[in-house]
Structures are given as C-alpha cells and as structure tokens.
Unconditional design. Structure first.
Length: 286
C-alpha cells in the first residue's frame, strides 16, 4: 500500500513513537490526524508541522482512547476534515508498572483500558468505515516486546495488555484481508518517548484506589537514554510494514534470545502426538 495521498489516524500521535510515525507518513505524502490525550503534546506537534509548511496535511484532536463515544466523534471529525481514514494506527499506550501486591482494580482497569481497550475501540470504530468505503486500508497496532517475552511481575499489567494486542493483531489479519485491509503489529523495545509519564496520563476515573502512586512517581523520574531508538527510525519501520503488509514490526534484536527461550519452553511442553481426525472435526465446524 502506497501511503501517498492516504489519510492516517494515529492515537498517541503527538509524541514519541506516534509522532515519529506521523512525521514519516507526512514526509511520504500522507495526511495525518493526530489524536492524543495531552493538549501540550498536540500543540507542540502542530507547531512542528506549521514551521515546515506542512500544517495543511495535519489535523489534531484531543482524545482519550478509553472513551468510546469520543473515539466515534474523532472518527467523524477526521472524515469531515480529510475524508475517510485509510490507515489506523492504534499507538496510544501507558507504561504502567508496580509491585503486583500493590495493584488494585483501578490499576488493572487503567492499564488494560488504554493498552488493550484503546486498540479495540479503534478497530470497532474505524474498521467498519474502512469496509464500507471498499477501498482497502491498513491497521497498525502498537504492542511491545514485553508481550513476547517472560516479564517480571511488576510489569504484569503492561505485559498482559501488550501480549493481548499481539494475539488480537494476528487473529484479525485473515478476516480483514478479505476487504483488502492489511494488519501490522508493532513490538518496540526502548524508544525515546514519553511512555513513562503514566501519572500524567491517568484519567480521573482510574485514580481512586490506585496502589501505584509511588511507583508512578518513580517511573516519572526515569531518564531517556541516548542508547534508546529514535522515534523516526520506528516510523520508517512502520512505513515499510504498511507498504509490504508485514505482520510483525520488531525494533530490537537484543530480546531474540529471550523470545527463543520462551518458544523453546512452549514447544518442550507440547505433546508430539497428533490426532488428524480431531483436526478434521474442528475444521468441519468453522
């Protein structure tokens, strides 16, 4: 799929990975809707494109991806501004972490509502519109390498949501292909982003009863290392995946051994005997 002349809707699009993807798409001829929870990030992103005389190709919308009515309204606004969306990039995420013993329902609800629910809300809102237009498209869901390896318990909420996004992306690929809609899942490692600002990005309804206040304060002090990948490099990877309809976009090879170890453990636990009649009976009921 050539992105030139296409319209992309990017959640979490005004900073970090989302902004890197946006810059790459605009540079390659796309028009982009940046949807983000943070107005300060939206203002900075809009100024960036204005300084480069690219403002006509960019529209900003303040959006909480956990709000389904707001997602539908944002889709309507995108349609009114640029026409139908061709590329959906569900990138908004929150880097939630904390001791498992301190986690409450508020923390689970927050982490899964953003990292998984935001992706679901994007799909439910935009894919029917893509299908109705009948011109194909592409979906990119941002997961994480944390969803592909065994993570420590203080990352349980984050890893759970991201692993689900990987499985979701794999599962919808065949069904969307029937309508000419491609699917990619982005699994980044350390990227220069603002994902550590979880406390600033937690809606009020997820604050009461949280057990992660201290952990979020510590996380907010995390320094972005010069060794971490630049968002524009991720943008180039995503551009290539859209053009070639590649399912997996993985930014770092440093976790290869961990992925192999997990896969080997799964295979070692799996019986080797196969009942072909069982397989045939399951296929018959599809």
């Amino acid at each position: 799929m050539d992105v030139a002349g296409k319209v992309a809707f990017i959640t979490g699009g005004a900073s970090g990975i989302g902004f890197g993807i946006a810059r790459t798409l605009v540079a390659n001829g796309a028009r982009v809707v940046l949807a983000d929870l943070r107005q300060d990030h939206l203002d900075n992103a809009a100024e960036h494109f204005a300084q480069r005389q690219e403002a006509r190709n960019v529209h900003t919308i303040r959006l909480d991806v956990t709000d389904r009515a707001a997602m539908a309204a944002a889709a309507d606004e995108a349609d009114a501004t640029f026409g139908g969306t061709d590329i959906l990039i569900s990138n908004a995420g929150v880097g939630l972490e904390g001791a498992l013993a301190e986690a409450t329902y508020a923390d689970w609800d927050f982490g899964l509502a953003v990292n998984l629910g935001g992706v679901v809300n994007g799909l439910q809102t935009f894919v029917p519109r893509m299908r109705a237009r009948g011109t194909g498209g592409h979906v990119v869901n941002t997961a994480s390498l944390a969803g592909m390896v065994v993570m420590p318990s203080f990352m349980a909420i984050y890893a759970t949501g991201k692993a689900a996004v990987i499985a979701l992306s794999e599962s919808i690929r065949d069904g969307l292909a029937e309508d000419g809609i491609g699917v990619s899942v982005l699994c980044p490692g350390p990227i220069k982003s603002n994902i550590h600002e979880a406390a600033q990005n937690r809606p009020e309804r997820f604050r009461a009863g949280s057990g992660f206040a201290a952990a979020e304060e510590r996380l907010s002090q995390r320094k972005v290392s010069d060794l971490w990948m630049e968002p524009d490099e991720v943008g180039q990877m995503v551009l290539g995946a859209i053009r070639e309809n590649r399912l997996y976009v993985i930014t770092h090879g440093e976790w290869r051994d961990a992925v192999v170890a997990r896969t080997d453990a799964i295979l070692a636990a799996m019986p080797t005997s196969v009942n072909q009649e069982l397989i045939a009976s399951l296929r018959a009921h599809r």
